[in-house]
Ligand binder design. Structure first.
Ligand SMILES: Nc1ncnc2c1ncn2[C@@H]1O[C@H](COP(=O)(O)OP(=O)(O)OP(=O)(O)O)[C@@H](O)[C@H]1O
Length: 255
């Protein structure tokens, strides 16, 4: 791995209400690539994402030890609001703001981060973000409708556009296609690849689906029972998985 890591994790341990959820994780996540965190339900994938952007602060009884650097910033000591303003996040369940229009859902993120100075700039960012999320063509004539007028898959692409409008350097996605159909899944996966290849965004995607990992990942980190059991380039892991658990995962015997 030649690139400078975007996220560097050392000796990370997380306990939630006394349960040891992440165990001594060391992981360097490269810039301008998709890194997939792959593992079965309950293995600690979401906790790892929440630690990187400090949403872990909201988990009752959570205790964190170790070091997490996000673009060189000590994430565990940084101001969490400032940290999160530079990290986009898309959750498993589409969660657009229901009381805001489609336009406002995207514009609000750009406004919070002061990405746009004029109305024209804001319009451009909203259009850019909706295009990048592969939603523009479907909503350009109804930007002032509520997001509830959209399908679940469209709502999830709207949430992706909202995250992108902040112009983050790092984008985290937690099982973003778990609740949407195959067509929307492909659109989101293609959007993520373009964001990396054309804009150099750094993406960390959590999934329990090995086939999704193989479709989108440059690197795959396999987590099992709170431990990082395997990490490397996706094409190497696909051909020659080293850990017994990864072999079972790709055979569909676990997960
Ligand atoms: N808010 C919480 N309260 C109590 N325990 C929690 C909480 N969040 C996570 N845990 C514990 O941490 C473990 C790891 O959870 P986490 O959500 O990180 O796993 P995951 O791999 O993302 O699983 P899933 O795919 O089901 O979301 C869980 O088994 C659970 O026991």
């Amino acid at each position: 791995m030649t690139r400078q890591p975007a996220v560097s994790i050392r000796g990370l341990n997380v306990w939630i209400r006394g349960k040891h959820v992440l165990k001594n994780i060391d992981l360097d996540i490269p810039e301008a690539a998709v890194t997939v965190i792959l593992g079965p339900s309950g293995s600690g994938k979401s906790t790892l994402l929440r630690t990187i952007n400090r949403l872990i602060d909201f988990v009752p009884g959570a205790k964190v030890e170790g070091k997490v650097l996000v673009f060189g910033v000590d994430a565990l000591k940084a101001d969490p609001y400032e940290l999160r303003s530079r990290i986009g996040m898309v959750f498993q369940t589409p969660n657009p703001f229901p009381h805001m229009s489609i336009y406002e859902n995207v514009a609000v993120a750009a406004k919070i981060n002061r990405v746009a100075k004029t109305r024209e700039e804001l319009d451009q960012i909203v259009k850019w973000a909706l295009e990048a999320a592969r939603l523009w063509d479907e909503v350009k004539d109804r930007l002032h409708d509520p997001p509830t007028a959209l399908s679940g898959g469209q709502q999830q692409r709207l949430c992706l556009a909202r995250a992108l409008a902040m112009r983050p350097k790092l984008l985290l996605l937690d099982e973003p296609t778990a609740n949407i159909d195959a067509h929307n899944t492909v659109m989101i996966e293609n959007a993520l690849r373009s964001l990396v290849e054309e804009l150099g965004l750094t993406i960390i995607l959590v999934t329990h689906m090995p086939h999704q990992a193989l479709r989108v990942a440059d690197y795959i980190a396999v987590i099992y029972n709170g431990q990082l059991v395997e990490y490397g380039p996706a094409d190497e892991i696909a051909v020659n998985p080293k850990h017994e658990f990864t072999v079972k995962l790709f055979k569909g015997e676990v997960g």
